[in-house]
Unconditional design. Structure first.
Length: 204
């Protein structure tokens, strides 16, 4: 049985794809089949929008106050389907916050600007910044788009601040990112109009 949704704290997480254009050296999915007691997150196939809605609909949103698109792949690999599910969620549970955890490469994935697509549907975009340095980004994140990836991610983040109320950019704490690099990342976020979040390093 596929794990389409799983829970962490007061949030329901949505797992729609295994696909990702990056192969980050610190990615948790390299260390096991799931996270935070979720059960296996590797999908035998991608669930349909209907299957995803059905799985979400089985959750009690008097208990869970946030829906997060974040599984074992990059959710914007299925951008149109993500947006369809977000529209259903917004109509069905208008008081529940909707967040998308992304590597910020949806413009390159879709081949067009995508930030405006999230307007009115997503409350929080959490974008993996990871490093203040383009060369280090290539080494650590290993994006299939090569050198185009880092500037595209930054542009997406800046664009998103015009359409999404809360844009967060994340880095992983030491030993992945040094304190000095975290401060450089903070300056990048301030320039773009986003805020920085330092995530704890987890080896498993």
């Amino acid at each position: 049985m596929m794990t389409i949704t799983y829970t962490v704290g007061n949030a329901v997480y949505v797992n729609m794809t295994n696909r990702c254009p990056c192969a980050c050296t610190f990615c948790l999915r390299a260390n096991g089949p799931g996270v935070y007691g979720s059960g296996p997150l590797w999908l035998d196939r991608e669930p349909t929008v209907g299957e995803t809605v059905e799985s979400i609909g089985g959750r009690d949103f008097s208990v869970f106050r946030e829906l997060v698109f974040c599984g074992y792949g990059e959710p914007t690999e299925r951008l149109d389907d993500l947006l369809a599910v977000a529209r259903w969620m917004r109509a069905s549970h208008p008081d529940v916050k909707i967040r998308v955890n992304t590597n910020g490469l949806s413009d390159l994935i879709a081949g067009r600007p995508t930030a405006a697509d999230f307007k009115g549907l997503v409350d929080v975009l959490s974008i993996s910044l990871n490093t203040p340095d383009p060369a280090e980004y290539l080494r650590v994140c290993r994006p299939k788009f090569g050198e185009a990836a880092y500037p595209a991610m930054l542009k997406f983040a800046g664009d998103a601040t015009r359409f999404v109320p809360d844009v967060v950019m994340t880095v992983v704490d030491e030993p992945v990112t040094s304190k000095s690099d975290q401060e450089r990342c903070r300056a990048i976020c301030e320039r773009l109009g986003a805020r920085l979040r330092v995530r704890p390093y987890e080896s498993k």
